[in-house]
Ligand binder design. Sequence first.
Ligand SMILES: [Zn+2]
Length: 440
Amino acid sequence: MRRRLTALLVGLWFPFVGWAGDTQINGVRVWPAPDHTRVVFDISSPAEYRLFSLANPDRVVIDIDAARLIKPLDQGASPGDSMLKHIRSATRNGNNLRIVLDVTDKTRPKTFLLPPNQTYGHRLVVDLLPQGAGSAKTAAATPPATTVKTAPANSLREVVIAIDAGHGGDDPGAIGRHGTAEKDVVLAIARELEQLIRAERGMRPVMIRDGDYYSSLRKRTDKARGNKADLMVSIHADAFKDVRVDGASVFILSERGATSEAARMLAAKENAADLLGGVSLEDKDDLLASVLVDLSQVATIEASYTAANEVLRAMRSVVKLHKPQVERAGFVVLKSPDVPSILVETAFISNPSEERRLKDKDYQRKMAQAIHRGVRSYFNKYPPPGTLLASTRQHIIAQGESLAAIAQRYRVSVDQLRLANNLTSDQVRVGQRLLIPSDS
Ligand SMILES: [Zn+2]
């Protein structure tokens, strides 16, 4: 008895008010992510419910008044779920429903109702988060280390490519006529790209989403920035009501979107320090800080544009393009002020023949290879200082290029090129890989 009382006292009490009525629970979906688990209940109407946590054993309880299950909820954990162990349910007092989520210890629930969207009706969402996580304030309050690192001369870092497969979990993205979900095909392309980048000397991939779960756009940019990405590539598939529309496109952030984002970031003051590569904004007034962020973002957008052009050019030879030039839009996922970011719409999933192609393993690989070639060519031309790539650049000979022209472009002599590549003549062939010697 005493133990039960303690459990009740330990439990947190969240009352939530929708409106009363007979609510049907039509089903449940569980989306385990590396840092949280999302449990989604399909409900017939916005329900009145209470959610609280109990200890010994740890569980999250959801009481819904005047509710009934369409089918019994009894579900074990998904493989790899570190938060949720089991879901069970019981009817109480005739027509009230109690759902119990057995959870691992130190789990903090967060809950909200979602209105219907294109795919689903009303939903009750419970996010199971690790205790003490998600406190960005704690992270921001810790001042960045200001010690000057005297790295040994040979510790060259790898270029980091953040690969972001759009959507995931309860957010399927666009759906093709034959039921193909954007979230699945873009993850497949992202995984192909990950392998190609991993095999590339001097480059390292970071998967922003590596499973079927949703990650907020803000969390995606945070993860790219947290991994000090040199480039973020977000992968999507487009949709349009006219099924004839087809082709791939590459987007960067429009400056209009960027401006309001700079303002937003400052207002929140989230991670304001370290935003400009070590220039702390905390001691600057907001106006000056906003100018600094804008300058940083203008440079980032310029780099994004250059990278986007390289990717577009590499894609041109492989797939049909929707637009022949880089496009600009206010995508939130492109708004990192300090990480050049591009968004690739790989095809129109709403076009039946492109939907078929998107599902095809060969096409997925071809698309990933094109993005990879574009990314590689961008970093070969503009290797970030201090990276392995900056010290060992490569150039792949294109149609009509001569050794002299390449030497001029990389500001090295023809002799240096010959020496670095053991060339006995000045003849080069298309597709040949040349090592560009460092001029330092
Ligand atoms: Zn999308």
